[in-house]
Every structure is written in C-alpha cells, then in structure tokens.
Design a protein around this ligand. Structure first.
Ligand code: HEM
Length: 435
C-alpha cells in the first residue's frame, strides 16, 4: 500500500480520478453530457466526446497550479528518493537508458516536463519553432546525439545556434520546474529538450510523440567536454549533397531527411543572411534574381522584407504557425526560402518525397509521419561515450531554492482559465495515449 501511495504521489488527485475512470472503463455517456465523479468528497466534471472519451477535466488548471505552488513551497515534497538502481556502467548507444530514473520518477517527469513546457512555450509564438530547432540542433550534431550539449557555451556560441541562445534560460527553467513537481528528481537537459520539442510540435498542431513512443532516458554530455561541433549540422550554405549527407550519415533515410527538413521549415522564420545571396542586391532588379530556382515575384517580396534592418522572413508565409504540408506545395512554385529548401524539389533523389507530401494523400499522413521522424531523431547516437549519468539524482538545495523563485514568477499562475483548459485537453489526450 505504501509503495502504491508513493508511486501515485506525483499525480494530482483530479488527474488520478480521470485516469482511474479511463482504466476502469467507465461506461460512455452521450454527446454534450457531463458526469459527476465523487471521490473522497472532491467532485469533478468529466466531459466526454461522442465516443465516450474524456475531453477535459473541469478545474484541472487550478489543481496543477496549486500543485506547483505547493511543490515550490516545499509542502508536497518529501526527500529525494533514496532507493534507486545503480546507473548502467555500459549504456547501449542509440537506446534509452532505463537506469537513468526510477520508473515512477520517469513517468512523473514525462508528465511534468510536458505540462511545464506547454506553459512556457505558449508564452510566445516564436518559441515552438525555436524549441523544435533546439531539439534538432541538440540531437543531430555528429558525435553527440541528444545530450543537452547544445546549451554548452562552445556549442551555443557557434553561429548556427545564434538564435537559440535566447532559449537557454527557458530550458533550464522548464527543467527545474518539472523537477519541483517530481520530488526534485532532475530530468536531464537532453530529456528536457526532447519533451519541449514535442510540445512545440503539439502547439503547432501535431500529435504528441508520446503517443509514438517518446520516453525519457537520455544522458547529458560529460560536463568536462566543451560540446559538439556545430558545423556538423547542415548549413544553408552547404552544397545540397553535403547537407543531405550530414543527415543520412546519422541514420535518417533520404525520405526522412526530406520530410524532417521541409516539414520542420513549415514553421518559423529565417534571418535574411541565410538567403540574401539569392536576391538581387538592387530592389529595382528583384524580378531577375540571381538564383533562377527562386520565383521572381517571391524574390521581390523577400527583397522588400529584407530591406528592413534585422528582418526575418517566414519559411511558410501561407501557414507560418502550423506544421503542415503547405511548404511542400510552395516548393513546387519556386518559393523555398533557403537554397537547400528549394533543392529538395530540384534534386531528383528528394523530389519524389516533396511531391508525395505536396499531394492530398501525403498531407493526410504528414502529421504522424513527421512526429515519427521527430521521435526517431531523439534516439540517434544517444548515451554514447561522451555522455555521463548526472552527478546527483535530485536538484541540490541551492538549485531547489532558485527553482522555487523561478516557479513563482512563471507565467502559469497568470494563465487565463481558457488557456488552462487548453492545456488540460492537450495533456489529457497525450496521457490517454500513454496509459
Ligand atoms: C538542410 C538542412 C537544414 C538547414 C540548412 C537548415 C537551416 C536553417 C536556417 C538557416 C534557419 C534560420 C536560422 C535563423 O536565421 O535564425 C533555420 C530555421 C529553422 N529550422 Fe532549419 N535547417 C535544416 C534542417 C532542419 C530540420 C531537419 C529541422 C527540424 C525540425 C529544422 C527546423 C527549423 C525550424 C523550426 C526553424 C525556425 C526557427 C525559428 O523560427 O526560430 N531545420 N534552419
């Protein structure tokens, strides 16, 4: 009984009630109806869809908020778990390390990383594309795999990661806020970035990778090492075969590299420096751009945008906030922003995959196909020889103190009830997939 209590402790009561309802297979009720569930004097309303699946749990946002406040104040916390398996001395490269967390801690952290990331990433529409790219840059440097090294100064200060620097503190805050909800057990930075990237996808309209096997178990890079070589990432100035080869060598197929790059560029923006050489230097000659693969009228639009200082252009002006297939159709019109983007259409090895996702059939399979590659890339090269288990299983007392001040200044407490219920729905649909 005691062990059951400890296992369930990290889940707040309303969520437990809902999960129990799902597990016990409560009978379905009609569309638009709601069912009252009385448990221990706490009443919650479970709204269900026409198939009887729970839609959201009324009052959930407040419960999570209270849980986090309690955690921050140390009220719901007990000591760091003392019983745990020793770390595997020889983790298998490319596989999750099952000794990194106790199973119940891993489940708690997956949940808390997800909900805290939702809270942090919805604060600014530029965060989801940023965090998707952060995961890609952490995971696909040659030699490292996802290992949190993208936040090490040497790696973060490379030009390829210039725009990711602003995400460093937010990532650390997600890590510490999530820990505070799980007995201060420390999620690795690699796992934090992996889940934050998943949430970026969810906020951009994709299914969660958790329903496709995203789990925790990535060690971080050895703290004594400087970080990976960021030039092993594809660059917009690489000849196309070089950029493609960088991804293939790490284990993506040509189709996956096409889907992941072009699909990834269906959200977010690029600074003009990455594509300016494709445009005419003189705006009056923009209709004859030096890059013949770029549609002239589009080149003029980009020239106008880039005439402004520090301007950025959407990769996919049609649906800039949605991970979708509009970008594949834009390539067919010569509207790829980077040379490398457009090359996925020009190159005969990758063109069939651009055509596939530009089609209706491809657009239907795109959401799950994209997330499947996202989940796959989260395991490439992980837990290799440059990774180490954490020095301490839980946050240190100093880290806990700074995390509680971070929590109290977080945006979650100011979330509107509308936004809170959005989070609830997303969380619930994701957790339904796990349990
Ligand atoms: C040939 C491969 C790739 C190249 C050359 C490339 C290059 C770039 C460049 C130059 C930018 C703009 C950076 C800036 O100005 O701040 C960018 C942004 C972005 N990239 Fe890629 N990328 C590649 C593959 C990928 C992949 C595989 C993903 C996967 C998820 C991805 C996701 C993104 C996202 C989401 C952004 C927007 C970031 C934001 O708005 O902050 N890229 N990429």
């Amino acid at each position: 009984m005691e062990s059951l209590r400890l296992r369930l402790h990290p889940l707040p009561l309303p969520l437990l009630i809902l999960l129990l309802a799902i597990l016990l297979g409560m009978g379905s009720i009609g569309e638009g109806e709601a069912r009252s569930v009385m448990t221990g004097g706490v009443e919650e309303l479970v709204e269900r869809d026409p198939r009887g699946m729970p839609l959201r749990l009324a009052g959930r946002g407040q419960a999570v908020e209270e849980e986090e406040e309690e955690a921050a104040a140390g009220l719901s916390q007990t000591a760091c778990p003392t019983k745990r398996l020793p770390y595997d001395p020889n983790p298998v490269r490319g596989q999750l390390d099952p000794t990194l967390y106790n199973p119940e801690d891993a489940m708690c952290l997956l949940r808390s990383l997800f909900i805290v990331s939702l809270d942090e990433l919805r604060a600014d529409p530029s965060f989801p594309p940023g965090f998707l790219r952060l995961a890609f840059h952490d995971c696909m440097t040659a030699g490292g795999g996802c290992d949190g090294s993208v936040l090490k100064p040497a790696e973060l200060n490379s030009p390829a990661n210039a725009r990711l620097r602003r995400l460093s503190n937010i990532t650390l805050r997600i890590q510490s806020r999530a820990a505070a909800m799980c007995l201060n057990v420390r999620p690795t930075l690699a796992d934090t970035i992996a889940v934050a990237g998943d949430v970026a996808n969810v906020l951009s309209g994709s299914p969660s990778g958790i329903s496709m096997g995203l789990r925790l178990g990535r060690r971080d890079a050895d703290p004594n090492l400087p970080g990976d070589n960021a030039t092993t990432l594809p660059s917009p100035f690489d000849p196309f075969p070089v950029a493609l080869e960088k991804m293939i060598r790490l284990g993506l197929t040509v189709e996956e590299a096409t889907l992941f790059t072009v699909g990834g560029h269906s959200i977010g923006t690029s600074g003009c420096g990455a594509f300016r050489r494709r445009l005419s230097a003189n705006i009056s000659t923009c209709s004859s751009p030096p890059d013949r693969d770029l549609q002239p009228a589009y080149a003029c639009q980009l020239s106008t945008i880039c005439a402004q200082p520090a301007a950025r252009a959407d990769f996919d002006p049609a649906t800039p906030l949605l991970l979708d297939t509009a970008i594949f159709r834009l390539l067919l019109e010569g509207k790829g922003l980077l040379t490398t983007d457009q090359d996925f259409f020009t190159n005969f090895t990758t063109r069939p995959f651009v055509l596939k996702y530009a089609s209706l059939e491809g657009s239907l399979s795109f959401p799950t196909d994209f997330v499947a590659v996202y989940v796959k890339h989260l395991r490439i090269g992980i837990n290799g020889p440059t990774s180490r288990p954490p020095a301490s299983y839980c946050l240190t007392t100093a880290e806990q103190a700074s995390s509680s001040s971070e929590s109290s200044s977080s945006s979650f407490s100011s979330s509107s009830s509308d936004a809170a219920s959005q989070i609830e729905s997303l969380l619930l649909s994701t957790l339904q997939a796990v349990f």
